[in-house]
Design a protein. Sequence first.
Length: 375
Amino acid sequence: MKFAIIGCGRISVNHFAAAQANGLEIVAICDVIPERMDEKAQAFGLAQVKKYTDYREMLRHEAIDLAAICTESGKHGSIALDCIDAGVHLIIEKPITLSLPEADEIIRRSTAKGVTVCACHQNRFNKSVQKIREAMEHGRFGRLLHGTAHIRWNRGESYYSQAPWRGTWEQDGGALMNQCIHNIDLLRWMMGNEIEEVVAYTDNLMHPFIEAEDLGMALVKFSNGSYGMIEGTTNIFPQNLEETLYLFGQDGTVKAGGKSVNIIEEWLFRDQLDDPEEIKTVYHENPPNVYGFGHTPLYQDVIAAIREGRPPYITAQDGRNALELVLAIYQSAASGKPVRLPLTEVASTDFEGRFSDRIDVEHVAQVKRRLRETN
């Protein structure tokens, strides 16, 4: 299966590794900065790979079966739609896009053209998460009561200075959209997906050099009568602390923690079908970074889905669901009111100027000028 990567920045390393681990033939790579392509090609032994600075040219000249979109978030949607029109199956890094209308068009157009699209929420493939999902699907929790997602991380100015698109409403969003969306996805997925209402606060407390939020807190009312709480921040001193997911049911309590919810820390069920200490030992991973080990099994699933003509384990609709919840949080925080779902016409750019009284406006303007120049 012929494969291409669009965007050779920080996260692309996981995609190169996962593609090679699954036997994909990497025929082309694309980035607006040629040095990035050279670096990745050398690192992964791809001396003969074709390199493009324009993905449209790549689509015209290469016969590609599957591509990964690893660019800045604000470009995911437009690139995805061009790839779908070219008949290319896709893995789209999170978030699937920054606009609900664009996400809906990705779903509509890919369905119409028979193109497989996977939203890259790779933490669903964590051993810990898979074991929790199995318990959920077997009804071991009984009636769901509430769940919580905590993302207590640190991102300083050096992180944002690496790429001018980070922290902008047009290309990224803030902590919730970038760092926290994986755990937000897990919470919504585990708690039944359907949401009635969201109440939230967001703020920019420590990052005057970005446009968007560095703190978000939300309450979620799910349609099945359960509740969720979300706490996400990039303000933790002095470094990343934890990413945890709690699930509380009438008959079960689970806590997953670690760098990216890859460790089961609590496993208590009324049915006592298994030994909690054994579960904690067996379903324990220690990845080198917050990206975890999920990309390789995600790729394996997508390849099988394409060959078998079935939906991938993580669909474009799943990506839209995570995006919708983040945008609902943004909307509630901006309006000071509860927000009822579903949402349709909402995008991250609706919240431009949200923290203009807290940020260094001139610095942010300079960053955005550099961003336009690089594009």
